[in-house]
Design a protein around this ligand. Sequence first.
Ligand code: GLV
Ligand code: MN
Ligand code: MN
Length: 412
Amino acid sequence: MTLTTAQLATARVILERCDELATHSSRESGIERVYLSAEHRAVNELAAEWMREAGLTPCQDAAGNLCGRIEGSSPGLPALLLGSHLDTVPGAGRYDGILGVLAAIAVASRVPAGELPFALEVVAFGDEEGTRFGATLLGSRALAGTWRPEWADLVDKDGISLGDAATAFGLDPELIGDAARDPASLVGYLEAHIEQGPLLEDAGRALGVVTSITAARRLLVTLTGEARHCATPWNLRHDALLGASEAILAIERIAREQGSPATVGHISVQPDAVNVIPGTAEFSLDLRDETAAGRDHTWRAILAEIERIVADRGLGVSVAETHTAPAVQCSSELREVIRAGIRWTGDADPLELHSIAGHDAMAIAAVTAVGMLFVRCRGGISHHADESVLLEDVARAVDALHAAVLARAAQS
Ligand code: GLV
Ligand code: MN
Ligand code: MN
């Protein structure tokens, strides 16, 4: 379908806003914006302004999520949520999460108050990536009512606790759980997000329907050996980093064999000196699979191999789990609604995709039905400064999300 000048103008505004949000970064070069930071506060203020312009009434919840509401045919009706997140990984692109929030605001600007048989709410979640405090999906889990009070004691790499960061942000850490929504107050949740894989691009499609989201688990593995002088002979060494290196290669081999995406994205050693054998090596493991059973089967195989490696090298091992999430199915009604939205843009038979990436929708599924719309991104490159989307695809995504909202209204 040919896009009109007005549709392209909407998309252009979204891309300009993505550029503007990208300037709110804790880094001199590149983008990093973590939960409960000064940058988080700044982008909430900016997005609140854009929400007001779109006719939404903005309000920050007890977890620092920014929410904006338009009433439906009568005040106080349950709400259909549209959203994604504004936090980023270190060295992020401009669109992961952000595009979904801005597309939702653009959709809201097309919906007059009183038009729908439900309220419409746009939510800009404060933490999806989980890179600051180890635990992930903190904003969406607070809204879903699965916040755990002990998370206030998590600390970031500078030793700042989540509770203290929340207080500095202007929140009451004791009250974060109050962001929880009553399931009866919700109609469902729709999220538009870039596809962080090249499947849509390979298929020559702009948009896709998400069927389900991967089961995930994040672990911190610590190997303990003996820190000693680098003059120590080989037979007396218990080098924790060599053990970790062998373990990481074993993780790659086993995860490939089992078909479970696995990533070691963090490693640190102690005492971290050029002429000292590392006495401790700590690394993260992010493990995913289409099913929780498959993910756990792969983890058991990895753990058995790590235990063999540490025994051979005379090392100790301890494992802490920082996150676990079951696989989430998008609801059949909302998949149909997203499919109808994409059809409206001219794609008669939309592609269906499983998401290996995690999304706020996986947390929100604990409280209401979820549906997701994927938007093609160049080369599938994400969590990288080179993330890139086409203007035309953004225009189609807004149209599809709008048409999906109308299709959900028609189901009511
Ligand atoms: C978030 O982007 C994730 O998949 O971890
Ligand atoms: Mn991400
Ligand atoms: Mn994301």
